[in-house]
Write a protein that binds this ligand. Structure first.
Ligand code: 13P
Length: 261
């Protein structure tokens, strides 16, 4: 497959930021300043409470989508304080982040649980954006390939061909998240190529070539173009820089340039 024919995606993970008026202002500012272009999918992941309002705004466009940052493994029940994929689907969202490093680190989510979450996401006709990435010590000890390989294979090995058609994966080295330290394009490309190799071993070359792999970790307007120009990097999952319309728009513009040239 020609790498240019893979889906290109720029996603913004707003994490636990913004109030409702701020979230509405941010999404409107982004959408109004961005010419419709379905060659690049734009996804925003606001906090749960703002999903209906943000989905309403992105629903007016064919190139913008909304996603949740997490979901529960069950569709309904006595799980106080949790939110199901069924509820997420009912408010117009399309995607769900699964396995973000902050969920793994602070909420001790493991592969077993993440597998159930991905099942819940698919069961409710949503699309999982599955996150993998090593912590600093694992890289220092040269274990980063093993760690990411395990995070990947433990969760995606039993997915069906139809599910794999939809799956999106993000590589987010934990040492680069919110630290201002970015993986070099070489480090990102090397890991993305490795991820594609693991997927090929599990599910074959064609599936591996089809799945969009996003890079995340201190991606900003200054480094996005170089990261996105790597052959195995199909876009970005942006944290801090997605909270400012101008920065997010500039990151979108840098991938549009690559796609349209
Ligand atoms: P930063 O872009 O703030 O490093 O966050 C990356 C991230 O965690 C996106 O999910």
């Amino acid at each position: 497959m020609n790498t240019m024919s893979r889906k290109k995606i720029v996603a913004g993970n707003w994490k636990m930021n913004k109030t409702l008026p701020e979230a509405q202002q941010l999404i409107n500012e982004i959408i109004n300043s961005c010419v419709e272009d379905t060659a690049v999918q734009k996804i925003v992941f606001p906090p749960f409470l703002f999903l209906p309002a943000v989905s309403l705004a992105t629903g007016q466009r064919n190139d913008f989508f909304t996603g949740a940052q997490n979901c529960h493994t069950h569709d309904a029940g006595a799980y106080t304080g949790e939110v199901s994929a069924q509820a997420i689907a009912s408010v117009g969202a399309t995607y769900v982040l699964v396995g973000h490093s902050e969920r793994r680190q602070y909420f001790k989510e493991d592969s077993h649980q993440l597998k159930s979450k991905i099942e819940a996401v698919f069961r409710n006709k949503l699309v999982p954006l599955y996150c993998v990435g090593e912590v600093l010590n694992e890289r220092k000890e040269n274990r980063h390939f093993d760690v990411v390989g395990n995070q990947l294979s433990e969760v995606i090995k039993e997915l069906s061909a139809v599910q794999l058609q939809q799956l999106v994966i993000a590589y987010e080295p934990v040492w680069a998240i919110g630290t201002g330290e970015t993986a070099t394009p070489q480090q990102a490309e090397e890991m993305h190529a490795y991820i594609r190799k693991i997927i090929a071993q599990l599910h074959g070359e064609a599936v591996a070539e089809h799945i969009p792999l996003l890079y995340g970790g201190s991606c900003n307007p200054g480094n996005a173009a170089e990261l996105f120009s790597c052959p195995n990097v199909d876009g970005g999952l942006i944290g801090g820089a997605s909270l400012k319309a101008a920065d997010f728009l500039s990151i979108i513009a840098s991938i549009k340039l690559l796609v349209n040239n």
